[in-house]
Design a protein around this ligand. Sequence first.
Ligand SMILES: [Zn+2]
Length: 425
Amino acid sequence: MKILCDTQITINKNGTSGPPRKSKKATLAIGYKNPGKDNAELQILHFTRQNPSGTKYKVNNNIRRLYTNFIKDGKATIAFIDPEEDLMLKCDPIQLKGFLNTLKLGMSSNGYNPKIKAVLGTTAIPDKIVNEVTTLTVKKPSDFPTKGLPKKLITLHMSSVTLSKIPFQVYGLQHLKILHVNDNNIETIPKELGRLELIELNLANNKLSKSKDWLWLQNPKLSGSLSFLDLSSNKLEFFPVEVINVQHLNTLKLNNNQIKKIPFGIKRLKELKHFHLSSNDLHSVPDTLSNMRLAVLDVWGNKFLPINEKLQCKKEKNKFVPQALWIRAIQMVEKYRLPVKNLPWVLIEIIEKATKCFSCDKLCLELFIMERGRCSQFTFVDHLVLDRNYTVYSDLAFCSSKCVNSTFSSDNNNEGGGGLMLMEF
Ligand SMILES: [Zn+2]
């Protein structure tokens, strides 16, 4: 991979560093010489305008230290052993993270790692692109460029500029990775936003509300790239279910909305690490949440409650109506543990979204019974933020009343069970 950055070199002889040389615009590349062979060697190439053929640095056993404390500001330093040079980098934080992740992957790999590409034929990113504007901050409406937005923008900040919608030009910015349009008056997002492969999207403090306006999150381009999504302080009365398809989501912020339920399918967000749900109208969380490995779970300011409604009656099943074919199909997949990957995608979707019975672990397909209990300990959450006045209640799903009974009769300590809810698909 290669990135554009500003670099400064400091000669570091015998532990004493000399004055840094002047900062230069540079292209930095990382990759293998002789990939796949016994003599494969991971290298970093450093091109500048003054040095278009590039300087090569060996990676393995040649890095004295990697300084990454200021990575959030887009700064890092690689200290090499031979030559004794410290290479200071400054660039877009997301790009820098990607570069350093590749570097760390290479350093930790024993021998050749096929995930990293060859370095052969790598050249500097042309000057024309180097000089193009990649970051733009619009602080007031008059800052908006009269000639339109630069085509190569990677980062665009348009916060607090009273936007009522995202300007249409933004959807044509193919290189855009970071978009901040927080603190505006945006009510809807058109589906065109889904064409962008954004990594970070900040929509906090806007007026998003309606359920039909989430098509933009269904586009595989955006849902395959997005890692950070902030929807705090909007007017959401529901959890936008499309979010659970954003496979690489690491941070999801939904603070200060009026969300009442989190779907059981939240478990599909396997890479989620930071989940912020403070000051919503949650009465419970799904039990699947307590099994997720999160760095932060913030549920402060929600009024968790046990269920008080009485048992609702299950509808009599008509014996003469055959089961839907898809239900039979999934039951067979489960029973014979058939591999999921060759199934039609419709079935895969249903299996992935279906809730599992808390007791027997079978998929709850036709109906499930919900029981609410005091929440387990969130053992896998590093930092749990909650209001000590409220016990967290979680909803558990069961496939049958037999499974409910077997769980609660064997667990005398459970003080939950305020009521049962029967739900049908
Ligand atoms: Zn069961």
